[in-house]
Design a protein around this ligand. Structure first.
Ligand SMILES: [Zn+2]
Length: 77
């Protein structure tokens, strides 16, 4: 027995996000690191917004974003 009506399935594409926390070894600023598998990234590097230390080098995939979450107590500059 066949089903007569085709039910349109609306699929939501959920982008999987991998979250973790990183801390700058130099100035102790805290970052929330988010990987998004479904987005294309680009090669490059992420530097600490506070002290310019290189925290990570990207290979290009997946897309990685960093958000400053903890300001260090000592400000450089
Ligand atoms: Zn830093």
């Amino acid at each position: 027995m066949l089903h007569g009506a085709k039910m349109p399935r609306s699929r939501r594409i959920l982008s999987r996000m991998l979250k973790s926390d990183v801390q700058c070894p130099r100035c102790e600023a805290g970052y929330r690191r988010i990987e998004v598998e479904s987005l294309p990234g680009r090669p490059g590097e992420f530097r600490c917004l506070v002290c310019n230390e290189v925290l990570e080098r990207y290979s290009g995939t997946p897309y990685v974003a960093h958000r400053l979450t903890v300001q260090p107590e000592k400000m450089f500059g």
